[in-house]
Design a protein around this ligand. Structure first.
Ligand SMILES: [Fe+2]
Ligand SMILES: [Fe+2]
Length: 236
């Protein structure tokens, strides 16, 4: 089904993707940062990316909607479950396997493509940080956030701890985004070299998928789940 919703250019990117998950793929293809840059309005994002606002609005307006969970209508529990099952489980399965491919490609092609050494180092840092980050979310912050919907109101120290933890997670999201941007730059936008073997192509494809998935993941946390948790804290 094609959306017929009127799009207000002053609406933030995070809100637009929150209401219309299908817009994420459009922003991704245009290189618009809708996750860590989710507070930016559509109009400003177009200006900053040198894009014609009317063309982008037209493209969004004719994008088919998806069956994906609409975050604006979901409960906190549903949002947390979606993040864990869709994104954390993907990362736990994908990162160790992608690590083997990145190491192998760097070892085999490093002489002719010196940027592979930096891609490998950046990927390994990202992997370590993200692995720790998602475990931290699942073991400490998400259980606290779930309780905001179903449990007793938090005490003042608990509330302060949740707010501090959310701010810390958002900082880590910025770090992950910087690593992904570095990999994109080092690989010249995942451009496939003429001498690339199957493993090399496979590595570039999967790094690009990792980037897109991380953008969706961080968007759901920064622009939907955490603001929802903060609103729940305010109403306690
Ligand atoms: Fe997460
Ligand atoms: Fe996160």
């Amino acid at each position: 089904m094609t959306t017929t919703t009127t799009i207000d250019p002053e609406t933030s990117l995070g809100r637009l993707v929150g209401d219309h998950p299908e817009f994420a793929a459009v922003f991704e293809s245009l290189g618009i940062d809708y996750c860590c840059g989710g507070d930016t309005s559509l109009r400003r994002a177009c200006t900053e990316n040198d894009l014609e606002l009317d063309t982008v609005v037209e493209r969004l307006a004719t994008t088919d909607s998806t069956d994906e969970l609409a975050p604006a209508e979901a409960s906190i529990t549903e949002l947390v479950d979606d993040v864990v099952e869709t994104h954390h489980d993907y990362l736990r399965a994908e990162l160790p396997s992608l690590e083997r491919t990145v190491r192998k490609v760097a070892r085999v092609h490093g002489d002719t493509h010196p940027e592979l050494e930096a891609i490998e180092a950046t990927f390994l840092e990202l992997q370590e940080e993200v692995t720790h980050h998602i475990a931290d979310e699942e073991e400490t912050v998400f259980p606290e956030i779930r309780k905001l919907e179903n449990g007793a109101p938090p005490t003042a120290p608990e509330e302060a701890r949740i707010r501090e933890a959310i701010a810390h997670l958002e900082e880590e999201h910025d770090d992950a985004a910087a690593h992904l941007e570095e990999i994109r730059t080092l690989s010249d936008g995942y451009a496939v070299p003429s001498d690339a073997c199957t493993s090399y192509r496979n590595m570039l494809d999967r790094l690009q998928l990792l980037e897109a998935d991380m953008h969706r993941h961080v968007h759901k946390e920064n622009n939907v789940l955490f603001p929802r948790a903060e609103r729940a804290l305010e109403s306690c």
